[in-house]
Write a protein that binds this ligand. Structure first.
Ligand code: CAA
Length: 258
C-alpha cells in the first residue's frame, strides 16, 4: 500500500478503510487531500480484490470543509486554470461501492464529500451543512446539486442561503443519510456494511451502483431501460447462477465475482 501524507489506508479482507488524517485542522480538504483521496480510491477501485471502500474522518470531524486558508488568497484565473476541486468529481466515477462513515462536522466540502459516496452512515454526533455563504462563496464540490437532490429544494435552499447546520436526526429525516448509529459503533457498523457489500458479487454490486446512480442523471423511462439492460446482463454472470441455485438448495451462495 502506498503511504499518504493526509490519509491512512487500511485493507481488511475485501474491504478498505480510507481515513482522512489532518486532525489539527478538522480534516480541512486541501488540494493535497483531494489528490490523495482520489489517487488512493482509484487505486483501490482498480483492484478486484476490493469490494467496498469506507471513507471516514475523526470522531470530531469527518471534514470541516475545503481548506479556507489555502483558498483565501486565490484568484479566479488560477482557480480556473487548475480547475480547483474538479478532481473530486472522479470520486463519483468510482465503480466500487463507497460508504461514508460520518462523525462530527461534515460542513461545506465535508458534506459534499460525504454526498459523493454511495451510502452515507452517520454517527449521532454528525452535523451537516453548507456554510460557504458565510465565507462569501457558495458550495464548489457539488453541494448545491447533490444536497438538493438528497433533501429537496426547500431545505437545500435554506441550508445554502443561511449556512445553518443540521444535526444527524434532521439529516436522516430529510433523507441525506441512510442510518444513524451511536458514535462509538460508527466504524464497526460501517465495516459491517462494507463487508456485506463486499461479500456480494462484485460485478453485480457494480451494476446495482450504476443503476441507482443513473437515477440522478436521466429520465425515469431511460433509467428503467438502463436498469433492465443491466438486469439482463446480470444473467451472463456465474454469480447469478450461483446465487439462484444456492437459494433453491437452501444454502448460502459462494460468489466468484465473475
Ligand atoms: N479550513 C481550514 N482550516 C480549518 C477549517 C477549514 N475549513 N475548519 C477548521 N479549521 C482549523 C481552524 O482554523 C483551527 O486551526 P487553528 O487551530 O490553527 O486556528 C482548527 O481547524 C480547529 O478549528 P476551530 O478552532 O475553529 O474548532 P471549533 O471546534 O471551535 O469549531 C467548526 C469547529 C465550527 C467546524 C469551525 O472550525 C468552522 O466553522 N470551520 C469552518 C467550516 C466552514 O466554513 N466550512 C466550509 C469551508 S468552504 C468550502 O468547503 C467550499 C466548498 O464548497 C468546497
Amino acid at each position: 500500500e502506498p503511504t499518504y501524507e493526509t490519509l491512512l489506508v487500511e485493507r481488511t479482507g475485501r474491504t478498505a478503510l480510507v481515513t482522512l488524517n489532518r486532525p489539527r485542522v478538522l480534516n480541512a480538504l486541501s488540494l493535497k487531500v483531494m489528490h490523495e483521496v482520489v489517487a488512493a480510491t482509484e487505486l483501490l477501485d482498480r483492484d478486484p480484490g476490493v469490494g467496498c471502500i469506507v471513507l471516514t474522518g475523526s470522531a470530531k470531524a469527518f471534514a470541516a470543509g475545503a481548506d479556507i486558508k489555502e483558498m483565501a488568497p486565490q484568484g479566479p484565473v488560477d482557480m480556473y486554470l487548475t480547475d480547483w476541486f474538479a478532481a473530486w468529481d472522479r470520486l463519483a466515477q468510482l465503480r466500487t461501492p463507497t460508504v461514508a462513515a460520518v462523525a462530527g462536522f461534515a460542513l461545506g466540502g465535508g458534506c459534499e464529500l460525504a454526498m459523493l459516496c454511495d451510502v452515507l452512515l452517520a454517527a449521532d454526533t454528525a452535523v451537516f451543512g453548507q456554510p460557504e455563504i458565510k465565507l462569501g462563496v457558495i458550495p464548489g464540490i457539488g453541494g448545491s446539486q447533490r444536497l438538493t437532490r438528497a433533501v429537496g429544494k426547500a431545505k437545500a435552499m435554506e441550508l445554502c442561503l443561511t449556512g445553518r447546520i443540521m444535526d444527524a436526526t434532521e439529516a436522516e429525516r430529510a433523507g441525506l443519510v441512510s442510518r444513524i448509529v451511536p458514535a462509538a459503533d460508527l466504524l464497526d457498523e460501517a465495516r459491517a456494511v462494507a463487508e456485506t457489500i463486499a461479500g456480494m458479487s462484485l460485478p453485480i454490486a457494480m451494476m446495482a451502483k450504476e443503476a441507482v446512480s443513473r437515477a440522478f442523471e436521466t429520465t425515469l423511462a431511460e433509467g428503467v431501460r438502463f436498469e433492465r439492460r443491466l438486469f439482463h446482463a446480470a444473467f451472463a454472470t456465474a454469480d447469478q447462477k450461483e446465487g439462484m441455485t444456492a437459494f433453491i438448495d437452501k444454502r448460502p451462495p459462494k460468489f466468484q465475482h465473475r
